[in-house]
Design a protein around this ligand. Structure first.
Ligand code: 8YV
Length: 341
């Protein structure tokens, strides 16, 4: 068994006990087992999402809270946290469910789990590109429902992907992983980002930088979103910007629903303003706008881009490493600070 650890020296009170870690959702067995070995861990074996009251109780008792995107860790909740709460070690890359500034103001560190879901999310993005452009779900449904009665040269025609232009919004780890795959599929890579990537990466990806998102949107065959959801990116793809897309364009979103004005997107899709969309995330998730369900030219997934056995274990490992590093009095490797957002 692991030795009992001290809480960080930076916390002035030195208590030789395992920290109380409250985990809000069910995690992979091996992650939970390790957490029980290392921490005074309270697990959520039923996986029932925590109510507001349960979360309030958790922040009053836990030294470390390990939440996920299904928990709203807002300023009000943080204000009611007990003085013992020192770390919010989130299971996930996005931190838009946590008020990082409010946590920071109370000296509560926030960590996330970047890097380990990059490749899976990029895989799913390429899958969505192919699925929408080549009408794969539609075709599968035809066969599944017994409707395949014969081939025809002009039936089930999709659009060629090779040779088209892909505009990536947000060229961080995931955006670059998408670009690498997309290049292998013969797509021409374009991107909009706060700043250009390094010359080495730009050259490797043969990527064209657009400082103007408007300019890029108007020229792309496919647009895929890979930026975080922050106040600055809320409705970044506004009604006005979505109208800049060409009628044959396809929009892919595996990032966050809030980045796209979903009502405007539905309107444009319904009017044939763009050709289709592949969405793994929704603005009011888990609620999905019923109008989206009626559209023939969309493929909708239940926020599963990072959902692989491997990524969930790796994410859990990262949560553990962040907590352990903090316990040892060091800065956790995946600390998120307000200035980063
Ligand atoms: C995860 C995600 O499923 O990590 C993220 O930001 O959106 C998802 O891929 C989720 O965070 C798990 O908490």
């Amino acid at each position: 068994t692991a030795p009992h650890r001290k809480v960080p020296v930076t916390d002035s009170v030195m208590v030789a006990r395992k920290p109380k870690v409250i985990v809000t959702r069910k995690l992979p067995d091996q992650v939970e087992t390790r957490m029980r070995e290392l921490f005074d861990a309270e697990l959520n074996l039923s996986d029932e999402p925590m109510s507001r009251d349960a979360l309030l109780d958790a922040v009053k008792r836990a030294d470390v809270l390990a939440p996920t995107i299904t928990d709203r860790i807002d300023a009000d909740l943080i204000a009611q946290a007990g003085p013992q709460l020192k770390l919010i070690a989130s299971f996930g890359a996005g931190v838009d469910h946590i008020d990082v500034a409010a946590a920071s103001a109370r000296n509560i560190s926030v960590t996330n789990t970047p890097g380990v879901l990059t490749e899976d999310t990029a895989d799913m993005t390429l899958a969505l590109i192919m699925v929408v452009a080549r009408r794969i779900v539609e075709g599968a449904n035809v066969v599944q429902s017994g409707g395949f009665t014969g081939w025809s040269p002009t039936w089930m025609l999709g659009r060629r992907v090779t040779g088209k232009r892909l505009g990536i919004v947000g060229m961080g780890r995931i955006g670059q992983a998408v670009a690498r795959r997309a290049k292998a599929f013969g797509l021409q890579i374009h991107y909009h980002n706060r700043k250009p990537v390094s010359p080495r990466i730009a050259e490797e990806l043969d990527a064209t930088y657009w400082d103007s998102l408007d300019q890029m949107m108007a020229r792309m065959d496919l647009v895929s979103i890979h930026c975080p959801h922050t106040p600055a990116t809320f409705h970044l793809l506004s009604a006005r910007r979505l109208k800049l897309l060409q009628p044959h364009a396809i929009l892919i979103n595996t990032a966050r629903g809030e980045i796209v004005d979903e009502d405007a997107l539905i309107d444009i899709l319904a009017k044939g303003g763009i050709a289709g969309a592949g969405l793994d995330v929704f603005e009011h998730e888990p609620a999905v706008n019923p109008k989206l369900l009626k559209l023939p030219n969309v493929v909708l997934l239940p926020h599963m881009s990072s959902a692989t056995v491997e990524s969930r274990v790796d994410m859990g490992e990262k949560v553990i490493i962040n907590i352990r590093t903090w316990m040892d009095g060091h800065r956790p490797p995946d600390r998120v600070i307000p200035a980063m957002l």
